[in-house]
Design a protein. Sequence first.
Length: 130
Amino acid sequence: MAGQTHWEDLTMSTELPAVVAEHIAAVNALDTERIVATFAPDAYVNDNRREIRGTDAIRAFMAREFVGDHVTMDVREVRDHYGDIIVRARYDGTYDKTSLPDELILTSYFSIRDGKIVSLAVIYNQPSPY
């Protein structure tokens, strides 16, 4: 259909913005404080349809569900879409993998202001028929 944009048509970013690169490095280092330092004080995270607001809640979430489950991210694609950064990555860790594919690819949508992450949505997307 005319006017629709497909994932493949979006501009490929050559490098991650510094704060997103640091966020991913901190996740892979399993460093809770380093992860939290990438967020603005009033940031929110939406993960698996749950909203986590503010750095205290984000710290508790990251400590338990990322660092605690040894989650790592292997970046596969990066897109800059009108200033928002979209990262598709293979996630792995010691979390419950029941009913998940062998290779779990999640899409993270980062909004950045003043060098900090102000919002992050992590979504397990399904293929679209369009």
